[in-house]
Every structure is written in structure tokens, then in C-alpha cells.
Design a protein around this ligand. Structure first.
Ligand code: HEM
Length: 474
């Protein structure tokens, strides 16, 4: 039943809210799940109070379209968690509240240097080399239980590390624990980004840091910085000694130095690229492998496609995976069911506006629930089943045109890294499927028992890491 205050003010419908808390307590089992239940009860545009803030959630392609249109009509500002407001936002890409000139410059730098067709082609050998190392380690671990998330995560960090700093930062062997360094810093940043912060929901705490989340976030950023600080210094010194004779640009650090970035700017951008680009990609690969282990037919179909298109070679090249429609369909199906970012980053609307004939008051936060749309029976047949065939031969894509499928977001703030992410996911998944048979520990024969529950976070992951045993196919 809709709250009366919503009706009175012509707000999008939504549940009654508790005094002071609003509906915060109901979010604990997973905001995307709770918000999806609300959409089923109140319709595709609904509103909910969290603390003192009003959130308006769109959960259908029509609602998402209308929300995106409202950003063109009235000024809006990206909501940035208080823990991320560290005074460096003017240097930020992900946490820029406005699409400023600086934000535009950062985006086009990344688009042109890292994510353009030419940039991606130049990086291909780095991805291939790192995936090859991962496969070799798995061969060595044959017959033993492997935490696939940790391994794939380490590999994605090392690929990006080589692209940015010509260096891999993480040991691939996850059995060796690292007490400091980039891995710990990135895990901490993810955990901190997921911890509910009362300062985000009550203006009374504005300017304070009651849970010390801001301080801890800054510490984790500094921990990352300490990992590459000396590389930046050495490279600056080399450029200084070079006195304009011109060294070849070997990585993204050289590009940033050429563009006159300060150390702070380099750190902010690279930490954002690492935090935005590693867990998300690793989580997608982990989900995809879990789905394929569970759905043997799909696994066999990928193998047939690999055999037909590239033969029995075990060392796959990136150029070979660009034309594998069934593999691509499996990745899309994974992103439909398990989008790493289930709720698109909220934007605050700075003036009252109308959306779908409802009034949306000034300062409301607008969210698009991608997870709900991916599982909506009105949009997908048999939505909870993993059926890559639905994308096979279909034109539905993740490039922000099909509003029912938005794993990489939509509009100006859409993920700039998606071409990079997709290349990496295709190559890693093809290599894991081509090289190994996979089984579950404890002789678990009944694959339907594989736990597929998920954790909500800044990046949504499997609740339990996928533990699997590789067996070489060669
Ligand atoms: C499966 C992998 C990935 C997924 C699902 C994903 C998804 C997303 C989503 C949903 C957004 C927000 C879009 C919006 O608010 O409308 C985003 C933003 C962003 N992503 Fe990704 N991403 C992935 C991989 C990457 C990679 C590999 C990188 C870079 C190496 C990256 C860098 C970024 C950046 C910098 C932004 C902020 C853009 C801005 O605010 O202007 N992402 N991503």
C-alpha cells in the first residue's frame, strides 16, 4: 500500500517510511533486491525514503528513458558518497559531481589512449601474456582447489598495471597472503565503498566522519599511491634528464606525464581506473564460469564454437575471440543476470521536475535499477534461467541504446572502459573454457546445488567465491 504522503505530494508511489530511519532497515538484505521488490509492488517508478533523503527508482526501460531525459532538462549532480569526498574531486572521473571541462578532458584522454580501437590493439599482447601466465599457473594447480575470483582479480590488476605502469603488482598465486600493497588497498576500497555511512543519509552528520570511513578511504588511496610512487618519481627523473630529446611513450604513465599531470592527479585517476576496472571484470568472469559449470549445454556449445573457429590451440589470441558469437552471447547473458553495478549511480536532481506524470522534488536522488530490468518477466522470457541463446543473433547490446539491458550504464556517464572490459572478459573466459575441465570440490555432482547467491556492494559479487578444480584438456 502506498504511503499517504507520497499520494498527497504526487510523488512516485512507495512504501510507508519509518520516522527518522525511513526505509533504511529494509535495505540490509541487499538494496537492489529490496528496490526490485518495491518495483514489483509499486510500479516501474517508485520512491523510497532512506534516512532523510528521497530516492526515486526507475525499473523499466520507459522509466530509465524518462530519468535520462530529466538529466537533460534540469540540472543534476552525481551523488558522491561522503567517504569519497576527499577534496580531490576536481581531479576525479568517477566521482566528478558535474560534467566539467576537467571531467571531459579526463574522459577523452582515457577514451583516446586506453579504450580506442588502436589503444586496445596495442595492449592486446599484454592481455595475452597475462592470461597465458594465469593458464600456466592453473595447469600447475591441476587437481587442486582454486579460488577463481582471486586468481582472475590478480590477473586483471596485473594487466592494468602493465598498461599504466609497465608493471604487474600482484602475485598470481593466491595461496601467498599479502599483508600490504595494491591488492589489500583495492579490497579495502571496495569494502569501504559498500559500508553504509550514516553521514550519507543524515545532513546533520555532514562535515563529520562518524564512522571514520573518509579517513580509511584516504588511507587506502595512500596505500595504493605508495605502490607506484617510486615509479612515477623515476619516470619524472628520466624525463628531466632526457631534456626534451623525446623518450618513446611506453605506457599510460608516460601519457599522463606528457599531459602535465601532478602526482595527485596521476594517483586519483589510476586508483579510479583500478577500482572501477578490476573487481567488475573479475566478478563477471567468475559469474560466467559459474554459470557455464552449472549449464553444461552452454559450456559444450562454447567448446564447439572454439573448436570450429580456432581449432585445438590452447594459447588463444585476442584477435581470435572477436568473432565468437556464442561466447559473446554467454557474456551478455552473464551481465544480464549478474550486472556488477546493479544500481546505476544516483544523480541528485537540483530542481523539481516531472517524470512519468509524478512530481520529483528538488534534491531527490534518481537511480536506475539495472538488476530489476535484467530479471523482469515482462522484458525477458524465463528471466531467471541462463539462456545465452536469447542474445545469439539478437541485436540487443550493452552500448547504452537498449534500455532494458544497461550493465555499463547509459548517457554521458556511461562506462568508458567497456570496450576494454569486454576484450578482457572474452579472452579470459575463452582461455579458461578451452584449457580446462572444471569440477567442484567435495565431488559435488549435483551442479544445481552450486550456490549462486550474491552480495551487494559497490561491485556486486558472488556471496561465496567460486572454488573449483581445474583439469587440463590438453
Ligand atoms: C564488466 C566490467 C565493467 C562494468 C560492468 C562496468 C560498469 C560501469 C557502470 C555501470 C558505470 C556507471 C555508469 C553510469 O553511471 O551510468 C561505470 C563507470 C565507469 N567505469 Fe566501468 N565497468 C566495467 C569495467 C570498467 C573498466 C575495465 C574500466 C577501466 C579500466 C572502467 C572504468 C570506469 C570509469 C572511469 C567510470 C566512470 C565514468 C564517469 O563517471 O564518467 N570500468 N562502469
Amino acid at each position: 500500500k502506498a504511503g499517504t504522503s507520497q499520494k498527497r505530494q504526487n510523488l512516485p508511489p512507495g512504501p510507508y517510511s519509518l520516522p527518522i530511519l525511513g526505509n533504511l532497515p529494509y535495505m540490509l538484505k541487499g538494496p537492489h533486491i529490496y528496490l526490485t521488490q518495491l518495483a514489483r509492488s509499486y510500479g516501474p517508478l517508485c520512491s523510497v525514503k532512506l534516512g532523510t533523503h528521497l530516492f526515486v527508482i526507475g525499473s523499466s526501460p520507459m522509466a530509465a528513458t524518462e530519468i535520462m531525459r530529466s538529466f537533460d532538462r534540469v540540472p543534476s549532480s552525481r551523488w558522491v558518497p561522503k567517504a569519497g569526498q576527499d577534496g580531490l574531486q576536481e581531479y576525479s572521473l568517477i566521482w566528478a559531481t558535474q560534467c566539467t571541462e576537467h571531467w571531459k578532458a579526463l574522459r577523452s584522454l582515457c577514451r583516446n589512449e586506453l579504450f580506442s580501437a588502436k589503444g586496445l590493439e596495442l595492449q592486446a599482447y599484454i592481455r595475452e601474456k597475462n592470461v597465458d601466465e594465469m593458464v600456466r599457473l592453473l595447469k600447475f594447480k591441476q587437481g587442486k582447489v582454486v579460488n577463481i575470483r582471486e586468481l582472475v582479480f590478480a590477473s586483471t590488476v596485473n594487466i592494468l598495471g602493465n598498461i599504466c605502469f609497465s608493471k604487474g603488482f600482484i602475485g598470481l598465486d593466491c595461496d601467498k597472503k599479502e599483508s600490504r600493497g595494491l591488492k589489500r588497498a583495492l579490497y579495502r576500497l571496495m569494502k569501504l565503498g559498500t559500508t553504509p555511512n550514516i553521514a550519507d543519509f543524515y545532513p546533520i552528520f555532514e562535515g563529520l566522519d562518524p564512522q571514520r570511513l573518509k579517513k580509511k578511504t584516504l588511507d587506502a588511496m595512500n596505500e595504493s599511491f605508495s605502490v607506484w610512487e617510486h615509479i612515477i618519481k623515476d619516470r619524472r627523473d628520466a624525463r628531466e634528464a632526457d631534456k626534451g630529446v623525446g623518450l618513446d611513450e611506453q605506457d599510460f604513465l608516460d601519457t599522463m606525464l606528457r599531459c602535465g599531470f601532478s602526482d595527485l592527479q596521476i594517483n586519483q585517476l589510476t586508483v579510479e581506473l583500478f577500482s572501477g576496472g578490476t573487481h567488475s571484470t573479475a566478478s563477471t568472469i567468475e559469474w560466467a564460469l559459474a554459470e557455464l559449470i552449472k549449464n553444461k549445454e552452454a559450456m559444450l556449445t562454447i567448446r564447439e564454437e572454439l573448436m570450429k573457429e580456432i581449432g585445438s590451440t590452447m594459447c588463444i589470441k585476442e584477435s581470435q575471440v572477436s568473432q565468437l558469437p556464442y561466447l559473446h552471447a554467454c557474456v551478455k547473458e552473464t551481465l544480464r543476470l549478474h550486472p556488477p553495478a546493479p544500481l546505476l549511480h544516483p544523480q541528485a536532481i537540483l530542481e523539481e521536475c516531472e517524470i512519468m506524470n509524478y512530481t520529483v522534488p528538488k534534491n531527490s536522488q534518481l537511480i536506475i535499477n539495472v538488476w530489476a530490468m535484467g530479471r523482469d518477466p515482462n522484458l525477458w522470457e524465463d528471466p531467471l534461467s541462463f539462456k545465452p541463446e536469447r542474445f545469439y543473433g539478437s541485436k540487443v547490446d550493452f552500448k547504452g541504446q537498449d534500455f532494458k539491458f544497461l550493465p555499463f550504464g547509459v548517457g554521458r556517464r556511461m562506462c568508458p572502459g567497456y570496450p576494454y572490459a569486454i576484450k578482457q572478459i572474452h579472452l579470459m573466459l575463452a582461455s579458461l573454457v578451452q584449457n580446462f575441465d572444471w569440477c567442484l570440490p567435495n565431488n559435488m555432482e549435483d551442479l544445481s546445488k552450486l550456490d549462486m547467491s550474491e552480495n551487494f556492494g559497490i561491485i556486486s559479487q558472488r556471496k561465496k567465491p567460486l572454488m573449483v578444480i581445474p583439469k587440463c584438456r590438453c
